[in-house]
Design a protein around this ligand. Structure first.
Ligand code: ADP
Ligand code: 5GP
Length: 209
């Protein structure tokens, strides 16, 4: 049963490569913040730790979880399934932990539409420019340039979803971006004043697209 002391849910979404996974990991170092570990049918990257970065499963197992209605949300992204199982999230929230989600716009929409009795804050992360985004993707996918190209192609479509988020933050310098998100979360939790300029973001999106 949800109560006032429960944790809150914080979603970070972005076009691929903008830095949400890096930011979610940094935020999880704060007191009382934990990451929701997703299931995926894609293969692990060389630096990824199984059952920590993701639960890597075969498509049959993913479909079994869908049929058992175990997902709070799931979606197909870049030809693979990704999803958040409900029980671990609710357990964490009920233990007063704040839960961080690194999920795409489809998952964010599903969680918003569920209207759960837990506070939800949504962030959309933007890159400083499309060129820098491609550089970041190329470094991350240096073993397979096609992946970076496939993901940058999706950028124009993904970026359109910024409008549905509570806050949009530009990840130029990592520490500055992290602090901005941290301050906004603290302001939301304490009903404090928020340092946020939507017009600046609107202009930035126009430049990006
Ligand atoms: P996403 O989860 O949004 O796809 P990642 O967090 O994996 O993106 O970041 C993409 C790549 O860019 C990673 O190699 C990461 O180390 C790097 N990166 C993230 N933020 C920054 C930043 N502010 N400056 C430079 N590189 C960054
Ligand atoms: P990646 O393959 O780069 O780890 O993730 C690809 C995309 O899938 C990213 O936008 C990431 O946020 C999203 N994603 C990761 N886990 C989930 C999840 O559980 N649900 C949804 N809907 N998207 C996810």
């Amino acid at each position: 049963m949800p109560s006032l002391n429960d944790g809150i849910m914080i979603i970070l979404s972005s076009p691929s490569g903008a830095g949400k996974t890096t930011l979610v990991k940094k935020l999880s170092e704060l007191d009382n913040f934990e990451i929701s570990i997703s299931h995926t049918t894609r293969s692990p990257r060389p630096n990824e730790i199984i059952n920590k970065d993701y639960f890597f499963v075969k498509e049959e197992e993913f479909k079994r979880l869908i049929n058992n209605e175990e997902f709070l949300e799931y979606a197909k992204v870049f030809n693979h399934y990704y999803g958040t199982t409900r029980t671990p999230v609710i357990d964490k929230l009920n233990k007063n932990k704040n839960v961080l989600f690194d999920i795409d716009w489809q998952g964010a929409d599903q969680i918003k539409n569920k209207k759960l009795d837990y506070k939800l804050i949504t962030f959309f992360i933007l890159p400083p420019s499309k060129e820098i985004l491609f550089q970041r993707l190329s470094i991350r996918h240096s073993a397979d340039k096609l992946i970076a190209e496939e993901r940058i192609k999706q950028f124009e479509r993904d970026v359109l979803h910024w409008i549905n988020y509570d806050y949009v933050v530009i990840n130029d310098d990592l520490d500055t971006c992290f602090l901005k998100i941290k301050n906004l979360i603290e302001a939301e939790m304490n009903d404090g004043s928020k340092d946020y300029d939507i017009n600046f973001i609107r202009n930035h999106v126009e430049k990006l697209t």
